[in-house]
Structure formats: structure tokens, C-alpha cells
Design a protein around this ligand. Sequence first.
Ligand SMILES: [Zn+2]
Length: 176
Amino acid sequence: MIKYKLDQAHPYYQDVVPKTYNLLQAKYPLARLREVNIYEPEDNDTSMAVALSGGIIQLNGYWFCRNPDYLQDAAKRDIYVPAGDTFIGWHGEMTKEPEHVLVHEFFHILAQNIQDWEQWAVWAWEYATARPELAPTGYALAEPTEMWAEAMAARELGFKFGLLDSLESFLNSRLK
Ligand SMILES: [Zn+2]
């Protein structure tokens, strides 16, 4: 059972957050998401959420206690970053929030229970650093941890990217 501490959250999120995570947890039982709560941000903290060890996801009250339009509008102003000869969205095609951030954080939690996820993540991050057009998103190029979460989120939400086949074959042997 996932513990939800969302009393301060906007009613929309009180509805959508448990729906999203109950489904994901059922689909990926290896992930042991234990708790989802809201945290009070320090000044200037406009990050969306953070995944903590022990299966805990904290959603930033800056976004999650407000009307959902704030977060969705901010996501639509998604910045583009250089990727080889072209540009790539910071979160690629994942401009729907909170869908993207909820799924993204969940896969940080799943990683806590897949032993060698870093093997794929480090390989993919290095490979895509030289060939950024293969990355799922610009943010995925930040570090292997974010490559993992962004690639898994893109896969879950049905977006294609250059490294998807290699991710699928990695997962085939781990999620069965
Ligand atoms: Zn992340």
C-alpha cells in the first residue's frame, strides 16, 4: 500500500497522483513506492519533485498546492537545448504535466530495486552524449540517473527515441 500525504495539494492532484501511482505500482511490482508527500520549498526551489531513497516521492508544494494550470503552462514553455546539429526539448515530447513528472519520479523509485540499471544508464548517457539526437530528452543528457528516468518515462508514455530498442532489451531480462 502506498501512503499518500496530499492534504495540502490542490484537489486535482489529490485525485490524479494516487490514480497514477496505483496503476504504475501494479504494472511494475518491483518498484516499492511507499509514500508520496508534499514538501514546502525553500526560496527559489521550483523543481517539480524529488525521489528519495526508501521509496519516497516528494512533490514540490510550489507547484502541487496551486492550480494545475501553473505547472502545465510552465511545461509548455519548455526550453530547447542544442543537440548536435539540431535542438531537443528539455523534456522532449513530454510536455504534459503532471503526467511526465509523476512517471519520471516513479522510475527513480523503480531503479532502487533493479540492481544493474546503471549499466544501461551509463552506457546510454555516454552514447547519447556523443549523439544527442538519440536521447529521449535534453534533460536525459544531464547525467545517467536522469537518462534512466527520462528514457523510462518516454517509453511508458509511448514516445519513440533512438535508444528505445536497447532499453527494451535491457528491460526484457530484468522485469520478467
Ligand atoms: Zn529525475
